[in-house]
Design a protein around this ligand. Structure first.
Ligand code: IDP
Ligand code: MG
Length: 136
């Protein structure tokens, strides 16, 4: 009961471009996650840089920010029991080549950078990321 959580999910440009939005949403719904809010937006490179600032020292940071801002994305608030970890399990490993069977990244990911989805990695980051996209 007390572990009812909310987490942020993003369907990234490579998946939106291939019209995988509805299919990916169904996977969340079939795995006991509710979609509380969903919107299709495009963000600027500066916004992507702010969102991904934890990665600013990484060699792939610039490419990552260019990529996330390169086309429409679908941002969602997911809710469910242990939603943060559950979403990470449904997504699979960062590198689609290493992702487990039946995960979103295994099914749809193209490469480590075009890996179709983002999911918050902790409850604390989930709260910050939800605020970032859904300022109520
Ligand atoms: P995550 O998305 O599984 O949480 P993170 O390590 O937080 O993975 O990295 C954020 C995003 O940065 C990844 O989803 C991926 O798109 C990209 N990324 C991570 N590692 C690499 C890399 O080694 N090369 C290129 N892109 C990477
Ligand atoms: Mg991450």
């Amino acid at each position: 009961m007390s572990n009812l959580e909310q987490t942020l999910s993003i369907i990234k440009p490579d998946a939106v471009e291939r019209n995988l939005g509805e299919e990916i949403k169904k996977i969340f719904l079939n795995n006991n996650l509710k979609i509380l809010q969903s919107k299709k937006i495009q963000i600027t490179k500066d916004e992507a840089a702010e969102f991904y600032k934890v990665h600013q020292s990484k060699p792939f940071y610039n490419a990552l920010c260019s990529y996330l801002s390169s086309g429409p994305i679908i941002v969602m608030i997911l809710e469910g029991k242990n939603a943060v970890l559950l979403n990470r399990q449904i997504m699979g490993s960062t590198d689609p080549k290493l992702a487990e069977e039946n995960t979103i990244r295994k099914k749809f990911g193209i490469s480590i950078d075009k890996n179709s989805v983002h999911g918050s990695d902790s409850l604390e980051n989930a709260q910050a990321e939800i605020k970032f996209f859904f300022k109520n």
